[in-house]
Design a protein. Structure first.
Length: 605
């Protein structure tokens, strides 16, 4: 025991039975057992491994035991448990001590995940297990570079610590051609593609003898053929497959069945074997290549396999970050949407922020249905008052529609005035000045419409205002021909209908007022007796004394009939064309809405 004396700490050699105090058993294997011990010399807990009592006198077992201790002790890697001591106790039994590791084996982790416990699934996520597996691959590659094959890689020989530690355990079946041992001259290191033949543990590998765990052995290991690093790569592939699918690569069965399936070749496609696990195709391809039947088709070494998994994890980390950011934006969208739908959003700032946040969430994580639902809710629950930007855009669209209708309006004005003028000639003109005034005003109105179409803003706005006044003046002047009660009312209605359809809401009151004045002014003039067309009312009816045109009975009936038919056809055509434009705009909006719903995977509300 360490002793204190003269104020200084002194040391003395201790025999194993005094230095190591057994606390309890930790585990037992095929040829040895591991006990938890207290190292009184150092003052720490260690794991002490000894040969089982029934094998203690067998030289071959002792040689393999010493081989394991020396190989493991010389592999100085963070993922390989360090060996502290190697010796023989007072009873002549060989032992070695190593770090006491805490945690669960990968076999225990996989068994826990099979139960579906959410706590285990959160603690041992796929991302974490893959990151730990990369460290296993790197530890195995380090051993290969030192000339050591493990030959018994399996989930039970991988330990995951509580603080992120990862250990590759049990090097009892390791095959070494370096590491300070004295292999036969024919043996070579397994770091490349050259096979390592023979067994440097001092125990001959007899023909037909299988060394390893059948469920994870490569075909060449089953055949006891030449092994190299790719044999351990196969075992790593079998572990990876089980880690991803939670089922063994070779399935259940006795040893003979497992070995037969190994020699025949197994299907390592997780999408076929365990489609419910949703294994990414990149990881499936790694499993398939690592467990290929022929060594030449596998990864050349464990490092290449680790690099492929790490490359996948780099993308997976990016995806996880995107999902995390999408969740934050989705939370922001929900909060802003609540404000918008509660009616506390006078300037629509919250709605705009909710739409932007939902859009960001969908862009970062298109598969999240909740973000799509938030966006659809916002789109199908419009604000009580349209946002200012929407009103401005609507005004722009209205102005564009009005602009596109100007050529048709000019044509209607020109064609209507010309047709009316021809009718007047047909029935006979009495006073040309009264006929030419409305004709001139209609032609001016038609010219303004065409000029407005060809003119850019802001002059176009002033021209449209002038167009409203000239069309009203032309209407009022038309009463000079037939009076205020025959043709004028229908022309005023037609003009007001067309102007209302194509005019911005802010100008519609002005349109109605001007159309009303175009009818009222001639009526007042007639009532005051200052209108050139006089109207007389008596018990026999209404007498219209036209001083502008002649009104023979047949020709007048024909003229009025043709005029009314022409007005109906022209106005009908004008309204139909405008409605077609409106229908096209509505259809485009519906198509855009359908595309949006389809893009985000949302159903029609």
């Amino acid at each position: 025991m360490p002793a204190e004396g003269s104020g200084a700490f002194s040391l003395r050699a201790l025999p194993p039975e005094e230095r190591y105090e057994t606390r309890r058993a930790l585990g037992e294997g095929g040829m040895g057992e591991v006990r938890l011990c207290r190292d009184h010399l150092i003052g720490r807990e260690v794991a002490l491994k000894t040969v089982l009592g029934e094998h203690a006198r067998r030289e071959d077992i002792r040689a393999r035991f010493v081989h394991e201790a020396r190989v493991q002790g010389q592999l100085e890697h963070p993922a390989i448990v360090p060996v502290y001591d190697l010796g023989v106790d007072g009873s002549g039994n060989a032992f070695f001590t190593m770090r006491r590791v805490h945690g669960m084996t990968l076999e225990e982790v996989i068994a826990a995940l099979r139960t579906g416990d959410p706590a285990d699934q959160r603690e041992y996520s796929r991302h974490r297990l893959l990151a730990d597996f990369v460290r296993v691959c790197l530890a195995v590659h380090y051993a290969h570079e030192r000339g050591v094959l493990h030959r018994d890689l399996k989930p039970a020989n991988v330990m995951l610590g509580r603080f992120g530690e990862v250990y590759v355990l049990d090097w009892g079946l390791a095959k070494a051609s370096g590491s300070g041992l004295t292999p036969p001259p024919s043996e070579r290191a397994p770091s490349g593609r050259e096979p390592v033949e023979g067994d440097t543990s001092g125990i001959a590998t007899h023909q037909g003898t299988v060394i390893g765990t059948p469920a994870y052995m490569s075909p060449e290991q089953v055949q006891n053929a030449g092994l190299d690093a790719r044999s351990d790569v196969y075992a790593l592939g079998a572990i990876l497959f089980e880690l991803l699918t939670l089922e063994p690569l070779n399935g259940p069965g006795n040893i003979a069945a497992l070995l037969q399936r190994t020699m025949k070749g197994v299907d390592a496609r997780a999408s076929v074997r365990a489609p419910e696990r949703d294994v990414p195709p990149e990881l499936e391809a790694i499993c398939v290549r690592a467990t290929a039947l022929a060594p030449v088709d596998r990864f050349p070494d464990a490092r290449a396999m680790a690099d492929r998994i790490d490359a996948y994890l780099s993308g997976d980390r990016d995806a996880a970050l995107r999902r995390e950011m999408a969740k934050k934006h989705l939370d922001d969208a929900r909060a802003a949407m609540k404000t918008a739908l509660d009616g506390h959003d006078p300037n629509d700032a919250a709605r705009a922020e909710a739409l932007r946040a939902a859009g960001r969430a969908i862009a970062l994580d298109p598969q999240d249905p909740e973000a799509g639902r938030v966006l659809v809710t916002l789109l199908t629950a419009p604000p009580k008052k349209p946002p200012r930007e929407v009103l401005e855009r609507f005004e722009e669209e209205a102005a564009s529609a009005q602009h596109e209708m100007l050529p048709l309006g000019g044509t209607v004005y020109f064609g209507g005035a010309l047709s009316l003028f021809l009718v007047q000639i047909l029935v006979g003109v009495k006073s040309w000045q009264y006929v030419l005034v409305p004709l001139a005003l209609w032609m001016l109105t038609a010219s303004l419409a065409v000029w407005g179409y060809r003119t850019a803003e802001p002059l176009r706005s002033r021209l449209l205002l002038a167009l409203m006044f000239t069309s009203a003046s032309a209407l009022a002047a038309t009463s000079l021909i037939y009076g205020a009660l025959l043709v004028l009312p229908i022309l005023c209605c037609a003009n007001m209908a067309g102007a209302t359809l194509t005019t911005r809401p802010s100008r519609r009151a002005r349109v109605r007022l001007l159309s009303l004045l175009a009818l009222v002014v001639p009526l007042v003039a007639t009532w005051l007796g200052v209108h050139p067309v006089a109207h007389t009312f008596d018990e026999r009816g209404i007498t219209i004394a036209a001083t502008t045109v002649a009104m023979p009975r047949d020709m007048t009936m024909l003229a009025f009939g043709a005029t009314y038919v022409l007005v109906i056809l022209v106005v009908g055509k004008f309204c139909a064309q405008y409605r077609d434009r409106l229908h096209d705009a509505q259809l485009r909006n519906e198509v855009q809405a359908w595309q949006l719903r389809t893009a985000i995977g949302a159903k029609d509300p």
